[in-house]
Design a protein around this ligand. Structure first.
Ligand code: TRP
Length: 365
């Protein structure tokens, strides 16, 4: 394979919890579509356990447990191990080696300016004391992306600064040591509602600690309960009151999940989402009716995922075999890149026989 020309996908998730519908519409669904498009030469999906440990050093058990949860979620959504390598980050030491050399190409102030790192430091109350590993994880993520020569990183908006930082590292490396690394591009969801799905409580981010997530592995009852108790428009008190659809999670979820055909099946009084929105804004459309519709739409999408997950859960050793195989294939790729990097940096002393000969001549003169 000519890796210079290859179209390669690398993306991943931290195993700190089961995946939720935000992961699904933000990236996971797209990954499956890209996989099935057949347009990519290689696809790697990384379970980023080493990155998860950068802010969970005291809780390795959580990370360990969630590796299998994330793997089950991937496979349940349609990631096919025959087409896509699923890998466990910590099992590929080449990534640490790459990070170590990339660290010399990035300044502390540049890391401090990374917007994702900035918000994450605030969220974790790390302001006064940031673990070094956490602070430098964008560099390790650049190693992830470049190790697999990824051209394409399908991810949510929050990963933009990471891909940007990776591109800078690639430029600097190639400038100093000669063309070696591949420059990646982020592939964002084209549906705006999918960029960042809010929590069921209307908060900007879905997070386990806030208890505002709908998980891919939730039962039908759990999904229904969560949808029926979703935050809506607080000014829409009586059915006849005019309602707002912006910043209303029920409508944002519909933007993300619903298609015209859903109306024919579940709500034939309307032909499309715009019509439903117009009625809500005019007044006279109750939240419960909209929520019931959303429930039907989401259950239809989640049901096959849930069923497949139940099936996969019956053979956990087989899942670990899949991860082992994926990791081995990924390691081979990463080792190739690391060898290229060391050659470019001329730190491949024992393989560089021309250099040894030259030195030898110098000393025998
Ligand atoms: N930072 C990503 C997250 O927060 C996980 C991740 C690690 C990743 N390495 C990656 C994503 C490489 C894309 C590419 O979920």
């Amino acid at each position: 394979m000519d890796t210079d020309m290859a179209k390669i996908i690398l993306t991943g998730d931290r195993p700190t919890g089961r995946l939720h519908v935000g992961h699904y519409v933000g990236s996971l669904k797209r990954r499956v579509e890209l996989q099935n498009s057949g347009e990519y030469d290689k696809i790697f999906i990384m379970i980023a356990d080493a990155q998860a440990l950068t802010d969970n050093a005291d809780n390795p058990e959580k990370v360990r447990q969630n590796i299998i949860e994330v793997a089950l979620d991937y496979l349940a959504c349609g990631i096919d191990p025959d087409q896509t390598d699923i890998l466990i980050q910590s099992q590929i030491p080449e990534l640490c080696e790459l990070s170590f050399y990339y660290m010399n190409l990035v300044t502390v102030s540049r890391l401090q300016r990374n917007p994702t790192v900035k918000t994450e430091i605030q969220m974790r109350n790390f302001e006064t004391s940031i673990p070094v590993g956490f602070f430098t994880y964008p560099i390790s993520q650049a190693a992830d992306i470049t190790a697999f020569r990824a051209t394409t990183v399908p991810a949510g908006e929050d990963q933009m600064p990471m891909v940007e930082q990776t591109r800078e590292i690639v430029h600097r490396f190639n400038y100093i040591y000669g063309d070696t690394l591949v420059e990646p591009n982020i592939l964002l969801p084209d549906n705006k509602a999918c960029l960042r799905l809010p929590g069921t409580d209307g908060k900007a981010k879905m997070s386990k600690s806030l208890g505002n997530c709908i998980y891919l592995s939730d039962s039908a009852d759990e999904v229904r309960t969560k949808i029926m108790s979703m935050f809506t428009d607080p000014t829409h008190l009586r059915v006849e009151d005019p309602g707002h659809v912006e910043d209303n999670p029920v409508f944002i979820y519909l933007d993300a999940f619903c298609r015209d055909e859903h109306f024919t099946r579940f709500l034939p009084d309307y032909s499309c989402l715009d019509e439903l929105k117009a009625h809500y804004m005019r007044g006279g459309l109750g939240d419960v009716k909209v929520k019931r519709f959303l429930n039907n739409v989401m259950q239809e999408e989640l049901e096959p995922i849930r069923t497949r997950r139940k099936e996969l859960e019956k053979d956990i050793p087989a899942i670990y075999e899949i991860l082992k195989k994926g990791t081995a294939a990924a390691k081979e790729m990463a080792a190739g890149t690391l060898a290229d990097v060391k050659r470019s940096m001329k730190i491949n002393y024992f393989d560089d026989t021309a250099w040894i000969d030259e030195q030898s001549r110098k000393y025998s003169e």
